[in-house]
Design a protein around this ligand. Sequence first.
Ligand code: C2E
Ligand code: MG
Ligand code: MG
Length: 548
Amino acid sequence: MSDNQAILDVILENIRDAVVLTDGERRLLRVNKAFEALTGHTAAHLLDRSGEDAGAAHDQLLRAMTVNDGGRWQGAIRCADGADRLFDVTVSAVNGTAAFPTHYLGLLRHSSGEESRRFGHDDLTGLPNRDIFADRVDQAVLQVNRSGGSVALLLMGLDRFTMVNDALGHGAGDRLLIEVARRLRHNIRETDTAVRLEGDRFALVMSIAGTDDSVIVAEKMLKAVREPFAIDGQEVVVTFSIGIAIYPQDAASGVALVKQAENALHHAKVSGRNQYQFFSKDMNRKARLRLDLEARLRRALANEEFAVYYQPKVRAADNRIVGAEALVRWLDPEKGMVSPGEFIPVAEETGLIEPIGSWVLRRSCQQTKAWQDLGLHRVKVSVNVSARQFRSRTLVDTVVGILEETGLDPRWLELEITESMLMNDVEAAVRKMTALRELGLGLSIDDFGTGYSSLSYLGRFPITTLKIDRAFIADVDSNPKTAEIARAIIGLSRGLNLEVVAEGAEVEDHVTFLRDNGCDTVQGYYYSRPVPADQFERMLTEGVVRHL
Ligand code: C2E
Ligand code: MG
Ligand code: MG
């Protein structure tokens, strides 16, 4: 028996055919070396189902092995590079002396290129092929017609691919295309479709909420491909040219959309490659503005062109300042003051929000501590935290570091976050908030009432303050329904034993309403606009504000 086992091992590991072996219950027992070479999965990964790709391949294999003795299964199996490739599996039962099979043996073979094509997959890269492409475009268009939104079609061509092919040979060219496909797959969402059209042409079909989304993806694609590839021990650098068209903005049908994206791609190629071009001139202009803004933001960070302004939070009963919201301002030497509404979204997408946010936090803590050291009236400072900052794994460490460095007592610091940041992953949000609260600082929900959070969650979040969105304050004096909502939020925060702050109080009627309804702390133009540090320092010297 052990002799047989040894013989079997040698055979399995040395034959060129890829082999899968299961027991009589069709539980996976082993795969051989040829199988690893063919699919990229090692036996260990497959058996442990480690990772998404190995898990998928494991399940697909077991499905393949359920055909009868002598039967043949054809279907896609997920390879280790994430691509679905078409395989034939021929299954034989091993009966031995038993009545029922004790094992099943599967022989795995790549389906022919012709079969793969019919199946809708590109044999080389494992991406969907041209046949599926038209169908995906049509589906996306139908989906938009039914439920709104837009479709972005990105057509992408590798620049100078023929040069790589000529210099290094077709084998190297093929390996490059496989690597490009892998990077594409890693940079798109589950719901997007990446396609290999032919040669060095790829396409991406995606549904988007706003046209800005396509800019973000196009930039991601350019960047993903620009990183050098290691092909046959050589470093190969290639770039993409990308043409973008958007349905329904640029075209009235799927076919027309493809045509416009082709026009845009042509335009990108002749305008110098390594870039994307939109079909519409207006989008090109917007994309350029955005790129320009990003470059200026990077410079602004290096040159410290930011400032923190402070807006008082006032106790309505006696006009005493109880806190300040720190609001970032960008003093661009060319364009003057740029409002955060304009640059925070771009900073968020590009990741610049992390260094900018840390800078604002550090400056606000430093400043607040300096005012305390001057013996001025003590107030709490509230700093806004964006979605990306909140998700960042380093947020807690950053806050700890800044508190240590500036020596500010954490009870004088509050972070403002918005509802929408909390709802994706409630568990993770609660963990992070708890860690922050354990440092001794306060947590406020900003713009409360505008999100779609379920009230039932509110009690689970370890927050200290609710901040009523200014949309509700704006017409409390004229709209009875809004007034009722504002009253309800105030009541809710009482019930949950939270502080409540109203933002955007602009006129005396707002303040009167809030005071009469039990909202003690008020922020808004009625008392003061956000002001530079030196002006706020003068306010602190008095400790109270009168409205302007
Ligand atoms: P927010 O946190 O809700 O800040 C309140 C905004 O309302 C501020 O706009 C403030 O100037 C404005 N405001 C205050 N009182 C009134 C009023 O009586 N009437 C009206 N109409 N507006 C009032 P700002 O400074 O332009 O900031 C806009 C948003 O940008 C902020 O909304 C916040 O979400 C974000 N932001 C500002 N600074 C930072 C920052 O340092 N980091 C991050 N991540 N976001 C920031
Ligand atoms: Mg805020
Ligand atoms: Mg707000």
